[in-house]
Design a protein around this ligand. Structure first.
Ligand SMILES: N[C@@H](CCC(=O)N[C@@H](CS)C(=O)NCC(=O)O)C(=O)O
Length: 200
């Protein structure tokens, strides 16, 4: 199994954490994913040119991170990271969507401030994306007591989203008004799968 990899991508990190938790090994393929310059090696496999893009042992190409994570879970027998049925499944999937939504907004904000030429930047756009991050974090603060010691695609997604905010938005200060989320992340981030994948 191989995956186009970027050490700074929170979506790649999510796949890596799932693989580690399931005891699966994925070879890393170098990548230069970028929405402006675009990586033709990835595009040859995935027209969206994004990481993570995954190539299974039988050559099947999978994207995006949601599909790859579910595939890995199925390789490990299923129902381990994605609860198979019932309320636990829908809870985890909605948390996963919320975490990915926070990440998508944060990533768009980052592209705005690092890729877009300064004279073309639009504060309203940036503020809207960062407000999405804030309202998403507030919702997580309200939900986090329900996380308990759960390890599933919901909690892994949230852990990777918080890790990305610490990595790229260190001055956001999200912990100040979200003490329960901060306490949960302190513990969850200490898992060996999370410690082994901290972005550099
Ligand atoms: N929905 C995708 C999002 C992946 C994504 O946005 N990856 C970023 C890196 S963090 C990327 O490849 N950006 C380059 C691009 O969008 O062209 C997933 O869950 O895998």
């Amino acid at each position: 199994m191989k995956m186009f990899f970027s050490g700074g991508s929170p979506f790649v990190r999510k796949v890596s954490v799932v693989a580690l938790e399931l005891g699966l090994e994925i070879e890393h393929l170098p990548s230069a994913a970028n929405p402006v310059t675009r990586d033709q090696a990835i595009i040859a496999e995935n027209p969206l040119g994004q990481v993570p893009t995954f190539i299974a042992d039988d050559g099947t190409v999978l994207y995006d991170s949601r599909v790859i994570c579910e595939y890995l879970d199925s390789l490990a027998g299923g129902g381990k990271i994605f609860p198979a049925t019932g309320p636990a499944r829908w809870t985890a999937l909605v948390e996963h969507s919320l975490a990915d939504g926070i990440l998508s907004a944060a990533l768009l904000a980052r592209y705005e401030s690092t890729l877009r030429p300064e004279e073309k930047r639009w504060d309203g756009w940036m503020n809207g994306q960062m407000d999405k991050v804030r309202t998403g974090l507030d919702a997580l603060e309200a939900k986090v007591e329900g996380f308990g010691g759960r390890l599933d695609i919901g909690t892994i997604g949230v852990g990777c989203a918080l890790g990305y905010l610490d990595f790229r938005f260190g001055d956001l200060g999200w912990r100040a008004t979200r003490p329960k989320l901060a306490a949960w992340f302190e513990q969850f981030g200490a898992r060996s799968s999370m410690a082994a994948t901290v972005p550099k």
